[in-house]
Design a protein around this ligand. Sequence first.
Ligand code: CDP
Length: 646
Amino acid sequence: MSTVERKQRLEGLSEKIFLDRYAWKDADSNNAKVGDVVLVLTKDDPKFPTKEVGEIVERTGRVVTVKTRSGELVQSDVEKLTLNIEKTPEEMWDRLAAAMASVEQTPELQEEWTGKFRSILDDWKLVPGGRIAAGAGASEELTLFNCYVVPSPKDSRGGIMQTLSEMTEIMARGGGVGINLSSLRPRRAIVRGVNGSSSGSVSWGGLFSYTTGLIEQGGSRRGALMLMINDWHPDVVDFITVKQTMGQVTNANLSVCVSNAFMKAVKEDLEWELVFPDTTDPDYDTIWDGDLDKWKAEGRRVIPYRTVRARDVWHTIIESAWKSAEPGVVFMEYYNQMSNSWYFNPIICTNPCGEQGLPGWGVCNLSAVNLSKFYDAENHDVDWADLATTTRYSVRFLDNVIDKTPYHFPENEANQKLERRVGLGTMGLAELMIKLNIRYGSPESLEFLDKLYGFMAREAYLASAEIAGEKGSFQAFDTDKYLQSGFMRNITEVYPEVGESIRKHGMRNVTVITQAPTGSTGTMVGTSTGIEPYFAFKYYRQSRLGYDEQFVPIAQEWLEAHPGEELPEYFVTSMDLSAKDHIRAQAAIQRWVDSSISKTANCPSDFTVEETAELYEMAFDLGCKGVTIYRDGSRDVQVLETTKKE
Ligand code: CDP
């Protein structure tokens, strides 16, 4: 297939990301020929080798000439090439369907599920997470999990190095990593044996961040890191402000874990104690793991460091988020009250983009139902029947990933078999709503979101329960305890059949639903990402040649069908919405999401610090598990701009 044909074939898709998800293999003297798409080394720098996509235009013996995407001609030894072994989305869907069905027990089941998986992958109805698409059936090395949380570091030099090594190994295989730093003693705390004091949890965070910057993930992307600290930690204020005051930790996303007690102290303007365990406790080195409640419950001593006003800490968080969109906030105590693993595995941290809370050694695999494909034009409604089937098959698809993925650390495998956590989400919500002429953020839209996401949650839970009936429940499943989580109490109240099915069959997966950003995969298939509204309908993307004007496809179509008219009001962008509209939409969806949600509340540039505080408190009151805001213009460089720069 020529480059031009490929371009036509991939029209509407982001070819670059798409190629990144194709299956690749090492070229050898026999398998590379003129016309093949390859990755060629264009810069042989030992520290930063650069590979580019190109097409072989000439071959003489072992020497090939490759024309790269940027038009350059590069000569290379054929053995140094990486060869693209798929040419079309169909070939990719075939590979993914076969890979995921291969773990079914019998040849009949394998055949049945290859067909069923293929039917939902078709036309990008189910878009597998980036890691699954790139690795499944193509690599024995790459992880199929997007998300990892490693246990909080043991509070010793050896413990910190161990965590660093775990993080490095995971990132090198393509996983994003979350680390909660609360187990590390605060700055200036005494370190016995070396007659000195600690440089503090935040400095060690700098080490994890610096190392992240050095790692190329799976050859194609940089590592992604989330660092968190709990609201009781004496270093919490240093943590909140570290990027601004020291310009450090720049390769990590930062979030503060906030408890219900802290939120109450903010509301009532109470004092707040910053504390840390007594490091001279004889069992400190062996048992301290960052879980302060457990430490206290054992009657062990906690040392008060400082008393502050809760509102002062809160204000520092809010002001910093207002200035620079960081830190994020995770309402972690509430998260654990809602969490289905509350009785055996506390959530300690989230993955880098915040949508997946996990216990230490926890992992999760993600995929998204592309809602833009579920518009029933004839009835001007959602195609509910197709959505139900796709959701059900998708749960099995994700459950099979757990058995298909390679595991580097036995602890990840043991934990994943214990809980079989999966995260089915959505993309293309905004596109679907435009098709239905529903304005994102309107009161009508909140009702629609409740119906849509409730429907999907019900289907997903019924599917997981049915798989349990066939293949068994996750190891730590305990019917009564499971059904007592905050989330389960909510869903079974509205859909009692979910509770009945779980009592009858058990449950295959501790959690089933996660709303990820789908940053690369949503862009790849050309729809609105995650649960977000469109950022803009017309935008200028900076390219090497200047600024290119583009319309998103659905707006382009509408404008062509209605010449001379303006886009109607249901074409709403994230900047048209008020910040509160964003939070209301997030809360409506969160009700039906057992894990969390990646969502940005966009605010205008003149949004005040007070309004920001009000917004965060509203998010907590409405049952969101976290908040991320972005105030227009608050970061120096914006990739996408809605106005053209001269
Ligand atoms: O679209 P794709 O499946 O590639 O990923 P996403 O939905 O945008 O991000 C989901 C998760 O993948 C993030 O929360 C991170 O845990 C992980 N990720 C990563 O490790 N490195 C990146 N550069 C992007 C995402």
